[in-house]
Design a protein around this ligand. Sequence first.
Ligand SMILES: [Zn+2]
Length: 400
Amino acid sequence: MIASAAATSTGQHGEFEIQATAAYGAGFEVLAVEGHARRGRLILRHGTVETPVFMPVGTHGTVKAILPASLREMGAQIVLGNTFHLWLRPGLDVLQRFGGLHGFMGWAGPILTDSGGFQVWSLSGAAQISEEGAKFASPVNGDKRLLTPEISMQIQRTLNSDVVMQLDECTPFEAHGHLTTELEARHSMELSLRWAARCKTEFTRLENPNALFGIVQGGMFEHLREASLESLVEMDLAGYAVGGVSVGEPKEEMLRIMAHTPHRLPAHKPRYLMGVGTPENVVEGVAQGVDMFDCVLPTRNGRNGHLFTRYGDLRIRNARYQTDDRPVDESCACQCCEGFSRAYLHHLDRCGEMLGPMLASLHNLHYYVNLMREVREALDARRFAAFRKQFEADRARGVA
Ligand SMILES: [Zn+2]
């Protein structure tokens, strides 16, 4: 078992020791339902995740500027790792020495890794896609690389991710100067289905005890998404994601797909909406039946002085905060809001001090994690509809 090997190799880290737990990939139960919205519980090998959940993104094996201890303290339950980047750097032989990503990054909780596909399409525009996989030049050193469904499964096995994503071709909204046509979206979706089947075969051959999720594609075409969903469900995977949203489409198009696809996924399996999004989009996603979310917004925006608060967004660079002695968000209990003023954050930003992005990222992540805690409490109390109304009114009010 990889898990026990990991415990040996990382034993010196004490509390980060990896516990081998259940032998199954993922258990999921729905605890409460309100409309399409669900309150659930996802059981993974490195821990239990209460859903709906927001998953902080840790691209290079680190949630940028945040210590794992701070993630635990704020109540983050599961983080994302990036297959593509970790494969290229530090590489699999290093990760293997640590029994996978948990021991290497000092995070003992659940980890979800993407398949690497999205980065191939978005970072190296010159990737050549064939039936076999995607050929590209490494952005690190220019080496020619080939990512196939089998290789993606092998990398994610080495990472020992709790949730393994299938390799898919993310259908763009627009490419080569035109909107993706139905024929292009169909070819891309069908290729993703064939890759899903190959992923499942390899995942099984590797005797991976974690959970494999499929990804529904089909672009902005509902009938293609239904065909994709139907074929993936036949493969009986541990969970299902909705991909190909938040890929440059107008907001109405994204909302149309969010209203169409998630609630059609199997009710007894976890549902993951990839790469979405703003606090409003996440709450909308919950209302449409989504259980899991990830997005770079809290950390990326934090680094740019863009802070999320209960009463709308705050841009700390604005001169009006130069003498403002209030915390970023008076209703927030994070270390940033408990210890520091807007004026201090404004000052750190002006001086380009490292603590500025650290505090801003900490606050933003705390905001998202806490928002999901409130969503879960509302679902537990069967008052999600009222919660959502209040949430939207508060956010629209604007920062004082
Ligand atoms: Zn705060």
